[in-house]
Design a protein around this ligand. Sequence first.
Ligand code: TYD
Length: 207
Amino acid sequence: MSRGRFVVLEGIEGAGKSTHAAFLAGWLRQQGIGVVAAREPGGTALGERLREILLDPEVTGMPPLAELLLMFAARSASLEEVILPALDEGLWVICDRFVDSSYAYQSHGRGVPRKYVEALEEQVLGGLRPDLTILLDTPVRVGLSRKADPQGGDRFERESREFFERVRAGYLERAALGGDGYRLVDASKSLEEVQTDLKDAVRPLVP
Ligand code: TYD
């Protein structure tokens, strides 16, 4: 049996990753492909516990390096329990966020040296890389307005506009340098247009 494909959706808050990940999974299933959905941080018992800590606005003063390590702790569990077994079974994995979130948020956003992210990527992932990373790009103003939460939102959603500008710039840099493994999709377009772009992006991977 051939190994499954690993597709990641990335983007800032409000880019529509969760909606589009669900759409993509549904469309692939219609093509007769078995799909497993994953998300980070989360998707395993340990990952969901870590997610609670990572998103909790009452957890203040978390050092950026600790944040990075917790993200990779959740990722390690997700790899072992969800991603690798699914790919080995020939299933596709559609993952809502992956390593590029760590480059964008912890390195570009928080200022953790990139070499730390690279080292963890090497150690935790080994040789595994996504077959395709789709960056749903949207101006920060548009993304944040979609997420506007009168209660203030989670620990990340409370960050400044400047923080998200750095995160977006980090994503765009990764996509520009990443070559064939990346597709940039303009997520400020209509839902239908974005869905068409998503299908076009994954179609070359469909057997
Ligand atoms: P999530 O619910 O996935 O984001 P969204 O609000 O866009 O649906 O929340 C996860 C948060 O964790 C998000 O703010 C980004 C952050 N994050 C990182 O900072 N680094 C990472 O490596 C990952 C996976 C997520």
